[in-house]
Design a protein around this ligand. Structure first.
Ligand SMILES: Cc1ncc(COP(=O)(O)O)c(C=O)c1O
Length: 453
C-alpha cells in the first residue's frame, strides 16, 4: 500500500471500518484525573446529582475507566448517514507551495452536514437522551457549529432543541441560526431575556457580546426549570471527548493502510473536543512508551487558556452553576474578545487536555487572528478548502512547522485534524481581506483560586 498515497490524494475507509467502540483514555492515564468537586463543600462529587442534567448513561461514561465503550447500533447508523468514515487527505499542494520535505496529512471533518466534527458527539448524546425519555435538549453554541450539530441530531432522533447562541456569533453568523432553525431548533441570542442570569447581564450591558461560559449558564438555568429537558455540552467533558475518538481511531487505520506514522500531531483547542478525538488514540501509544510523537494544541492568543492560564479548579460556566473542574483556565469571568473563531472563546480547557499539557505529554501554542486567517488563505489557495477560523489555528502551526522542516531538512510526517469548513464564517474572511481584522492579547490574566491545591 505504500505507493497508494503516491498515486492518490485521499485515503478512504469503507463504512464497515467505522470503529464500533470509542476509546476512553482514562483507562491509560498514569493516574486518575482529579475528580470534579462540589462547589459548596469542595469535596469530590458523586455522579448522582448529575442525573438531573444529563442522562444516566452519559454520566456513567463520564466517570468510566473502561478502555473501550461499545458504540450503539443506532449511533453507528447515524454515523453512516453523515457520512463516516471521513477521509484522511495528503496536503500535497500545500507541501509543494511550501517546498518542504515534510509530508502533511489532515483528517477532514468538514464533510458532515453541520460542517464539523461536532455531530460525532451530538448524535451519541441525542441517542442516549431519547433512550431515557428526555423530550428537549438545551445547549449553548459559540460559532454555531455545535448548535447546528445538536439541532441536526435532535431532528434525527425526534427531540426538541433549544440553543443559546453567543451574542457576538448570533450577530456575525445569521446563516448558522437559519441552519439550526431549519433543523427545528429554537435559537436565542445569549445573554437573553429568557433567563434570570441573562437578564441580569443585559441590565448591566445591553450590548454584552456573550461568551460560551454565559451561554452554558443560561442553558443550565433553562434545564433546571423543566423536568422534561436535559442539557448537552459540545466539548470539555470526558464523555464528549470520548465520542470524538472515532476520528483518531479511523485515522490510525488510515495511516496503517499507507504505512505512515505521524511525528507531529496538531489540532485546535476551544474546549478540547476535536483535538482530543483526533489525538487521544495516538496518545495511548505515547503513554505506553511506544511513540514519542510531538502533540501540539493550538489556541487563540486572545483566549490563551493553556499558554497563560493556570491549572486549578474552576467552574465550567460563568454563573458558577457547574461542578468545579480541575483545568487550565484563564478564569470564568474573563471577557473573551469577539474573535471570529467563536468556538475558541471559552475560558477553560477539557480536564483531559489540561492534565496532558500540565504533565508535559503535550504542548500548546497560541496565535492571533490575523496570522491564522493568512494561513487559511494559503490553505484555501493551495488545497481548495475554506477552513473554519478555529481550524485555521492548527493550519498556521502546520505551515510554520513545515517551513521549519525545510530549513532543517527533516522529513517529518505532520498530521492535523481539520475540524470544519468556514463557509458560514465569510464575514471573518472579508474583514481579513479588507485589512480590518483586530488582534487582541490580554495584558494580564487574573484567576481566582477557588480551592487551595
Ligand atoms: C469547527 C470547529 N473547530 C473547533 C472548535 C473548537 O471546539 P473543540 O475544542 O471542542 O473542538 C469548534 C467549536 O465550536 C468548531 O466549531
Amino acid at each position: 500500500m505504500k505507493d497508494y498515497i503516491v498515486r492518490n490524494r485521499a485515503v478512504f475507509l469503507s463504512q464497515d471500518d467505522i470503529p464500533d467502540q470509542w476509546y476512553n483514555i482514562q483507562a491509560d492515564l498514569p493516574e486518575p484525573l482529579p475528580p470534579p468537586l462540589d462547589p459548596a463543600t469542595k469535596k469530590p462529587m458523586s455522579p448522582e446529582p448529575l442525573f438531573r442534567i444529563f442522562p444516566r448513561e452519559l454520566v456513567m461514561q463520564e466517570v468510566s475507566r473502561e478502555r473501550f465503550v461499545k458504540i450503539p447500533e443506532e449511533v453507528l447508523e447515524a454515523y453512516r448517514l453523515i457520512p463516516r468514515p471521513t477521509p484522511l487527505i495528503r496536503a500535497k499542494r500545500l507541501e509543494q507551495y511550501l517546498n518542504t520535505p515534510a509530508r502533511i496529512y489532515f483528517k477532514w471533518e468538514g464533510v458532515s452536514p453541520a460542517g464539523s466534527h461536532k455531530p460525532n458527539t451530538a448524535i451519541a448524546q441525542a441517542y442516549y437522551n431519547k433512550k431515557e425519555g428526555v423530550e428537549r435538549l438545551c445547549t449553548e453554541t459559540g460559532a454555531g457549529q455545535w448548535g447546528s450539530a445538536l439541532s441536526m441530531a435532535c431532528a434525527l432522533f425526534g427531540l426538541k432543541c433549544t440553543v443559546y447562541m453567543v451574542a457576538a456569533s448570533y450577530r456575525q453568523k445569521p446563516g448558522r441560526r437559519i441552519m439550526m432553525e431549519t433543523w427545528g431548533a429554537e435559537v436565542y441570542s445569549s445573554p437573553s431575556m429568557r433567563t434570570k442570569f441573562g437578564r441580569s447581564l443585559l441590565e448591566k450591558d445591553p450590548d454584552d457580546p456573550g461568551s460560551l461560559g454565559i451561554a452554558i449558564s443560561e442553558a443550565l438555568e433553562d434545564v433546571l426549570g423543566d423536568e422534561k429537558a436535559k442539557y448537552a455540552l459540545g466539548s470539555v467533558l470526558n464523555h464528549v471527548l470520548m465520542h470524538q475518538t472515532v476520528i483518531g481511531l479511523e485515522a490510525k487505520k488510515q495511516f496503517e493502510m499507507i504505512d505512515e506514522q505521524p511525528d507531529v500531531i496538531a489540532g485546535n483547542i476551544g474546549g478540547g473536543s476535536n483535538y482530543s478525538g483526533f489525538c487521544l488514540p495516538f496518545m495511548a501509544d505515547k503513554l505506553k512508551g511506544k511513540s514519542d510523537a510531538d502533540f501540539v494544541a493550538c489556541e487563540s492568543r486572545a483566549i490563551p487558556h493553556t499558554t497563560r492560564g493556570i491549572y486549578t479548579y474552576d467552574f465550567g460556566d460563568t454563573a458558577g452553576m457547574t461542578p468545579l473542574l480541575k483545568m487550565l483556565t484563564i478564569g470564568r469571568n474573563y471577557k473573551t474578545p469577539p474573535i471570529h473563531a467563536g468556538g475558541l472563546r471559552y475560558h477553560g480547557m477539557a480536564p483531559i487536555i489540561s492534565y496532558l499539557i500540565h504533565k508535559g505529554y503535550m504542548r500548546s501554542v497560541a496565535y492571533s487572528q490575523t496570522e491564522v486567517f493568512e494561513a487559511a488563505r494559503i490553505f484555501a489557495q493551495t488545497e481548495g478548502i475554506i477552513s473554519a477560523p478555529e481550524s485555521a489555528h492548527e493550519i498556521k502551526f502546520v505551515i510554520d512547522e513545515a517551513r521549519r522542516c525545510k530549513q532543517t531538512g527533516e522529513k517529518k510526517v505532520i498530521a492535523f485534524n481539520h475540524s470544519g469548513h468556514g463557509l458560514l464564517d465569510l464575514a471573518g474572511y472579508e474583514a481579513f481581506l479588507r485589512g480590518k481584522l483586530e488582534d487582541w492579547e490580554p495584558a494580564e490574566i487574573k484567576v481566582e483560586k477557588l480551592v487551595s491545591d
